[in-house]
Ligand binder design. Sequence first.
Ligand code: G3I
Length: 365
Amino acid sequence: MVRPTLPTSHLVMASALLLVSAVQPGQTQQQALDQGLHSLFVASGKLFFGTAIDTNNFDDTAYQTIATNKNEFGLYVPENSQKWGPIEPTQGQFRFANPDSVEAQAQNNDQIFRCHALAWHSQLPSFIANGTWTRPLLIAALQSHITIVMTHYKSRCYSWDVVNEALNDNGTLRDSVFLRVLGTDYLPLSFAAAAAADPSAKLYYNDFNLETIPAKADGAVRLVKLIQAAGVRIDGIGFQAHLTVGGTPSQAKLAATLNRFVALGLEVTLSELDIAHNKLPASARAVEQQAKDYVTAVGACLSVPKCVGITVWQFTDKYSWIPSTFPGKGDACLFTANFTKKPAYTAVARCIDSGGCASGDDVAI
Ligand code: G3I
């Protein structure tokens, strides 16, 4: 069965922002705000407002009620199941069942599918991480992984995170089996294999802290230029945007950073947005600041025409990755663990509906 990459409704992507309220005739302002973040974002000229999700959340009915509402989240990315470890735990043996289920649910709900991640130092299977590699053998394993996985999802992924988190915060390349054995060649090699496997998928470099650490953004610019100089296709940069309350850069600064990559001919996206409280329980003031910070991040994307959309890294605190990785921090999502919309949700809906999110500081919570 040939399945289209995108639902027809998403195929027309406005390149310019339509700065109009999404309120329709006969609709109240509240009804406009309740129509869902994806609907609001699409009405603002963007392609998607999506969420990370995976099959371990599928039996939670309250979760699924929100996750399957395409007006709320118009795109899915599998949070874990497409990574190298889960998908090819043993060399040459692939487990597609879980990511296939995520993709099937996206198809059933007319949602876009974003794919994550191919060459990454983390969540690697032992045969890669602990193998003794020669250059030709590792090139063959990397190319084979990329080719087989991308061919399985051919023309079904809006984009692929081809290389993920290859940089240290100081902008140098991060130590990994790929860098040790292949040097910088693994970057163009990965993108070239991806371009050959699925010409229709947008090919992304994806990383965190690009928003907040200029030296790391400098490193990403060098990385893009290295791939482009090799004559290999790269289409976009995923700014993961794992931010902290009170630590979100201004809208102007964030937009300027996004535009550094637009200037290189790329599209950009906020690919894993969440904004964590440093201290829990969050004070009323911190809850308000979180709402402002979300508005700032969403506003930056809105202000950059080549920012195609935003994906949150889970929409509920119930399944956020943060507390287990950073104990004592969290409550970073738009919905509480009980699936109640937070002030951040309402502020984001209002700012998208008003068509601009001029600045987080201007938003009435
Ligand atoms: O699936 C196993 C399960 O079988 C086992 O019993 C359990 C015991 O620990 O572990 C389960 O695997 C966990 C997996 O999430 C699925 O829940 C791993 O231990 C855990 O490390 C893994 O964490 C994920 C993390 O990536 C790994 O690096 C998070 O859920 C996921 O949100 C996070 O996502 C990353 C993006 O891919 C890249 N950017 C940063 C982002 C946050 O770290």
